[in-house]
Design a binder for this molecule. Structure first.
Ligand SMILES: NC(=O)c1ccc[n+]([C@@H]2O[C@H](COP(=O)([O-])OP(=O)(O)OC[C@H]3O[C@@H](n4cnc5c(N)ncnc54)[C@H](OP(=O)(O)O)[C@@H]3O)[C@@H](O)[C@H]2O)c1
Length: 362
């Protein structure tokens, strides 16, 4: 079969606070294949809040426009460079958001490779990347499901299991959330979905929040024990703490809201517990910087920023997902390649549950 030399891609021209400045380019030349590269046919792309934030000018890291958006995909290897012998043509793979971050603590180099929004974007039908950027495909998942795990799944995994902090790990014991711990997740978005699901599988008690009564049912279905409505109960963090044994607080909060939610997250967490700071969804809603020193200190809490996760953590996660037969939740509406703008708008309107995915072959 002749290999493709041209492809179609979506381009984001600039950041705009009012619209998604996206357009589709067809028959764009595919970059030549170097000896250490692989040519991939992208099968499915998952959207992340990051992609909205870049498009709407809310992303807190430097970004150069124009760019091909998105960094979360499943793909099939169509061809390999002359130096690649271990990845047969036809192998399904995942693209990692931080491919240079292999193990241990993040470094300046691995952060730079992750945070600038300038890695080759994946909202295209084909891409050439270094072979070292692709990762093992979870054997039990469809392409649509697998596209969702590289960013949101790995981030949630890192938040739950990526630290030896005593608040969530118990000194020299196994890392991360364990049976009997109490975990608080926020909302029904992608990271929360993975975090709640992983925590349930690890045997934790999970308290979730949402803004919508309809979504309470979904949270209960994935095993969340108690659900609080953060719109009706502004002091949901204090309420969550009262739900724990002796009102001591939860072991871990996976905070996706940022400035607008951290205050209540710090109310929910127990002494020496951990708030994993993952997201900044409320960045557009709040004028101020959020809580400060005197919110953290009296709670004697660990506040841990999360930046995706390492390849080692990814391997751990995929192994457990296979053992648990853990399937990500893909929103009931899946978009075709030509409907990328609609997919961005759908995610922006927060109509989704779980992951918004684009089926690139459709
Ligand atoms: N640090 C990292 O490496 C990393 C990786 C991935 C994502 N992130 C960040 O994490 C955040 C979440 O990403 P995501 O992909 O899960 O987003 P998402 O799928 O768009 O989920 C957003 C959800 O957050 C909930 N939400 C909105 N406002 C809220 C509030 N005030 N309080 C509590 N929950 C609220 C909503 O749930 P309901 O509809 O149920 O109310 C909404 O569905 C984003 O800021 C993203 O950039 C960071």
């Amino acid at each position: 079969m002749a290999l493709p030399t041209k492809t179609d891609e979506w381009v984001l021209e600039s950041a705009s606070s009012t619209t998604f400045a996206l357009h589709q380019n067809n028959s764009v030349p595919i970059q030549p294949l170097g000896p250490d590269d692989v040519l991939l046919e992208i099968k499915a792309v998952a959207l992340n809040y990051r992609d909205l934030a870049i498009a709407r000018g809310l992303y807190p890291f430097p970004t150069t426009f124009p760019l091909v958006p998105t960094n979360d995909a499943s793909a099939l290897i169509l061809a390999t460079g002359s130096a690649i012998s271990t990845l047969p043509v036809g192998t399904p793979v995942i693209l990692l958001p931080a491919p240079l971050y292999t193990t241990g603590p993040m470094t300046t180099t691995t952060h730079a490779a992750l945070g600038d929004g300038n890695l080759p974007g994946l909202l295209r039908r084909h891409v050439v990347v270094p072979a070292s950027w692709v990762a093992r495909y979870p054997s039990h998942l469809s392409f649509l499901e697998a596209a969702t795990i590289g960013v949101a799944g790995l981030t949630a995994w890192n938040a739950l299991f990526g630290s030896g902090l005593p608040g969530i790990a118990g000194g020299s014991g196994p890392r991360g959330v364990r049976k009997g711990d109490v975990v608080l997740t926020q909302g029904t978005g992608a990271v929360a979905m993975f975090a709640a699901g992983f925590a349930v599988h690890a045997g934790a008690r999970v308290i979730g929040t949402t803004s919508s009564e309809e979504k309470v049912k979904w949270l209960k279905e994935v095993g969340v024990d108690e659900v609080l409505n953060y719109r009706e109960d502004e002091r949901w963090g204090e309420t969550a703490r009262k739900l724990t044994k002796d009102g001591e607080g939860v072991d871990l909060v996976v905070d996706v809201g940022g400035a607008g939610t951290l205050g209540q997250s710090l109310q929910a967490v127990r002494y020496d517990g951990t708030v994993a700071v993952v997201g900044f969804i409320t960045a557009g809603d709040t004028g101020g910087p959020g809580p400060g020193l005197m919110d953290v200190l009296p709670r004697a809490a660990n506040v841990r920023g999360i930046l995706a996760g390492s390849r080692e953590q990814y391997e751990e996660m995929v192994g457990k997902m296979e053992d648990w037969d853990f399937r990500p939740v893909v929103d009931k509406r899946v978009f075709g390649f030509g409907e990328a703008r609609e997919a961005f708008e759908y995610l922006w309107a927060q109509k989704h549950i779980g992951k918004v995915v684009i089926d690139v072959g459709r």
